[in-house]
Design a protein. Structure first.
Length: 67
């Protein structure tokens, strides 16, 4: 197969693809920033690593098993 045929069958991003990609990245970033600032508290290192001692036995055990 000549090189021109290979290039013509290759799928490339078009401008609508880039719009959707950039839009989804922007929305994801905005959601992350919103929850980052909304949930901001003055956690100590101990509270952060222990989850405020509010986690149940199932998530703690799954976290330990995942290590």
């Amino acid at each position: 197969m000549p090189d021109t045929e290979i290039l013509s069958t290759r799928k490339l991003f078009t401008w609508p693809d880039y719009v959707v990609l950039i839009g989804s990245l922007a929305i994801s970033t905005l959601i992350g920033l919103y929850h980052g600032y909304k949930g901001r508290k003055n956690f100590t290192t101990g509270e952060f690593s222990l989850g405020g001692r509010k986690m149940g036995i199932f998530p703690v055990s799954m976290s330990l098993l995942a290590r």
